[in-house]
Design a protein around this ligand. Sequence first.
Ligand code: F6P
Length: 543
Amino acid sequence: MLPDHFSAAERPVRQALADHAGKARHWHLADLFADDAGRFETLSRECCGLLVDYSKQRLTGETLDLLRELARARDLEGWIRALFEGSDVNWTEARPALHWRLREQAAAAPEVHDQLARMGEIVDQVLRGQWRGCHGDAITDVVNVGVGGSDLGPLMASYALADFRPEHGRRPNLHFVSSMDGSQIAPLLNDLNPATTLIVVSSKSFTTLDTLANAETARAWLERAFPDQQRALMRCHFVGVSANPEKMSEWGIHPCNQLLFWEWVGGRFSLWSAIGLPIALTVGMQGFHELLEGAREMDRHFREAPLADNLPVILGLVDVWNINFLDITARAVLPYDGRLKHFPSYLEQLEMESNGKSVTRDGTPVDYHTCPVIWGEVGSNAQHAFYQLLHQGTQPVACDFIVAGRYVPPHGDAEGGEHQRLARQHRLTLANCLAQSRLLALGGRALPDDQHDQPAFKQYRGNQPSTTLMLDELSPRRLGSLVALYEHKVFVESVLWGINPFDQWGVEMGKVIARDMVPVLETGDGLDGLDASTRGLVRRARS
Ligand code: F6P
């Protein structure tokens, strides 16, 4: 029996999907492939330089037809329009979610391009060695101080695109500091020269304790190096990026060094704004504009493509199928590319902070699962870490394999012979990616006939579903399309689940409680109001 709260339009299709899932639970991917030679052609789509192969998911064309009916019953097309019309899709904070505007062209989003131009000036000066420290030295090192969306996006993308070079000038060394304790910033500052270091304080709110604690440590370090030069050091060694200019000014960021973005950009959707300054320092402004262009292509596709061909819609529906109908509530993100090392943590925030919710628009608690548990690692490393569980453990896990189809040698860094060796390593990686998704899907039936008769401990059950996303190449433009694909997929899922993907009230409460805990730890007062466990731990820490 379906719960009462589904609408009349939705109930029949939900019932049909539940019945269909009853059969699908007995399917094995090896049989689905054996029965349909055209499965790849039917269940893959290509757009924006990305091939998405979902033929290794436990579904058929009929499954997708039903899921699209469900999407229509939830008015997905109306919600996509609402997103791009700027309606208040973030209803708990009464504002629109306009991150896609950050990718629009100048005529459509002049205020965005004003800030991009200001960011471009800073990037240009740093790259050309014209931004000077307060003793007149060129900047050699830039430290991004931020956390969550003010760290993960720029970190992920600048690491991924490090093979690319700015169109001119010299890229500084980039460093990222996010952890609230001093374990990242202290050793880093020990190694850096204050005279040649620029600190970028990135924080949408400019109130995040983690970031302010690190920024204050950096300021104290600079003050020690340049006593009595407070004004000059703030002017020459600090840039701020925020949606809160008042707080930036209060903290001491010089107005000329303030880059702005807007409340309508969620932190985890902000890498396209001036929060992307480290990315622009990595690839130059031209590369940054290519990143935006790739995302813009995906925006257009998401807006215009019919549901059956729409990549974010397809990925969202596949997730909903796995989670709500096949009870597969874990997903591994497996990039087969060392450059995408930080992509899993980036997605962890994007997906789990967005859709880790359990209350619907009308305030009722959901009685179905929403966001799955997501984790990941560079695929070839994960093979030596947690693939054992994927192959022979007891948990069903859906996997996203991400790989570049083509190897593009880094600009002029390698000799001919070395290029060939790196191209061979790329083929080796690709081979592993394809082999693993095949074995996970088909199990023992992926193996030659003479290896079928194995003891139980050597058998592979298979039937672990996966999607493979193959990029033409890993370039700024394609990374832009890939990230925008996941952003929109998250939105599609939120519509199907009836939740708001653009707030994060759970995280906000954690910040409040942590703030209250600081004086308790410092003074030992207020222990009586705490639970026994926390009281015991505070006492132990204070002793
Ligand atoms: O983790 C909660 C959060 O609010 C994220 O949404 C955000 O990306 C991060 O903190 C950092 O916030 P801010 O950019 O305001 O410092």
